[in-house]
Write a protein that binds this ligand. Sequence first.
Ligand code: COI
Length: 354
Amino acid sequence: MIAAADFNIKKVERSKLENINLSNLPFGKYFTDHMFEADYENGEWKNLAIKPYQPLLLEPSLAALHYGQAIFEGIKAYKTKGGDAYIFRPIDNFKRFNISAQRMQMPEIPEDIFMEGLRTLVQLDKNWIPDQPDHSLYIRPFMFSSDELIGVRPSEKYKFLIILSPTGPYYNTPMRIYVEEKYVRAVNGGVGYAKAAGNYGAAMLATAEAKKLGYDQVLWTDAIKHEYVQECGTMNVFFIIGDKAITPDLNSGTILAGVTRDSVITVLGEMGLTIEERPLNILEVIEAYHSGTLREVFGTGTAATISLIKELKYKEFVMNFDPQSCKVANEVKNRMNQIRYGIIPDNHGWMYKI
Ligand code: COI
């Protein structure tokens, strides 16, 4: 069992924190004083270290740069009103990280290295956790292949790192969404359920085209008929129709099993909504809009938390939603925030104390 004492820990002489204002932060721009690093070689994880945040020295032939064996996670740490530091559901992200690793033919990371690395690093940099509303410390664990060889095969060497970024809201305002029918994010048998770096790069062209048309993000649809909704930008998506909350199910392997998605399903159930995880055709969404039962649409994700959608455009048809009356999304957001900031008890064991 790995413990912090097994890490080679080198601390900064002087914290950068004094030069940074931890309010009104953009997402993912600033990084804390330290990072965690480990190497995989000859079938084992070694060189477990916490060191000052610094550049990596890499060969141009590095396998990950050529063939994309690269995966990551997104987790958040919060400071409660009592000043304690907690990480939100890190074990779930750990499990998903290894699911991504399996899909990309990468080695799994043992739970004790992942969790103890995370815990020790966040503990060391816990003064960086902002306490402003909608702010948190975003935790980014990631792994990439590090063979210096451009032959196409799974690498033999890998690097695992964790970096921390004090951060504000990902989306500031309710979003305008374009229902994507040309480009595809994921297909059955593909890597949609994995948090593979390439999924995000491959999504950028569609997003850029939607932005040119004045939209913030796309709503991905299935690769065959372009009718079944999948994800929204980098988020899972929920539709409130009548007293039901409907979100695409995970069975096709095209949807990321969001930790926020799972938490929102639990909270919506507690609010008395009926949850349906199932394939959802955009035509059903439109029908519900026409009949007046489609009340709200929102996205969920670690970075984005809960993001309201104010407009959804499918072909020439535009659906509008008044963000002021998105009661369900706002209530879920409040309840989740109250748990995260320690205002109401965490009855689910979601908050992992540092
Ligand atoms: C997250 O929600 O953590 C994500 O991974 C989305 C994005 C920042 C890549």
